[in-house]
Write a protein that binds this ligand. Structure first.
Ligand SMILES: Nc1ncnc2c1ncn2[C@@H]1O[C@H](COP(=O)(O)OP(=O)(O)O)[C@@H](O)[C@H]1O
Ligand SMILES: [Mg+2]
Length: 222
């Protein structure tokens, strides 16, 4: 489903990966941990087709064209990117969805209560409110956007880091439920958020290690 083969990636001078390879089967739930700056966000962006590898290849569902890959992947970025549009447009990204589906993804992202307090509800223009928006609200809109797209691959980059405990627990449960029939890669600093996952990977020194059944770290097998 997802395959990275000998991927190299560099920001200007900074080498993040050399010869990075990984295979993720369809439907697998994969947790990724590792220290700040080791390249977890870069890895998700490469898989989502937002960055292109300098060397090697990334395929999702057999596809290697970044534009086609981006149709197959929903990503919740570590730093939400909201547009000066309405909440609805930030969630649908201009695509047509039923009111019922939009209602469901807002409920799953714990947005409903807040949206109901706004004079124009989901059609509130965010450009006027960007300063008033909390990090948690922005992150929940980003989660609703990823859910709304409903792609087969779900990439989560510390998706609840800006949420308070209660919101985080509810949204994580909704994400787990939502991801049940999907391939999920979830980057987090909180291993307890990865309970029940099929695989746990750790990124270190530009390489991926995988925890085996006795909790020892081994190079990922291909
Ligand atoms: N846009 C960028 N330009 C230059 N360097 C970057 C950029 N984004 C990330 N980096 C660097 O690349 C490395 C990996 O970053 P990142 O993938 O964000 O790590 P992580 O998500 O594991 O914290 C870090 O050293 C970071 O400073
Ligand atoms: Mg990161």
């Amino acid at each position: 489903m997802i395959e990275l083969k000998n991927v190299a990636f560099t920001y200007q001078e900074k080498i993040v990966f050399q010869e990075l390879s990984l295979k993720v089967e369809k439907g697998q739930k994969v947790g990724i941990v590792g220290e700040s700056g080791c390249g977890k966000s870069t890895l998700l962006r490469l898989i989502a087709g937002l960055y292109r590898p300098a060397e090697g290849g990334v395929t999702v569902d057999g596809e290697n064209d970044p534009e086609k890959i981006s149709q197959k992947v929903s990503i919740v970025l570590q730093t939400p990117m909201l547009l000066p549009l309405t909440i609805r447009e930030n969630i649908t990204m201009g695509h047509a969805f039923s009111e019922e589906w939009i209602r469901q993804v807002c409920a799953a992202s714990n947005l409903t209560k807040w949206i109901e307090t706004l004079p124009n509800g989901i059609d509130t223009y965010l450009g006027d409110r960007a300063d008033e928006l909390s990090g948690g609200q922005a992150q929940r809109i980003a989660i609703a956007r990823a859910m709304c797209k409903n792609a087969q691959v779900l990439l989560l980059d510390e998706p609840t880091s800006a949420l308070d405990g209660e919101n985080a627990a509810a949204v994580l449960e909704a994400l787990d439920h939502f991801g049940e029939d999907k391939t999920v890669l979830h980057v987090t600093h909180r291993p307890e958020h990865l309970v029940g996952y099929d695989r746990i990977l750790r990124m270190e020194g530009g390489k991926l290690l995988e925890a085996n059944a006795s909790c020892a770290w081994r190079a990922v097998s291909l």
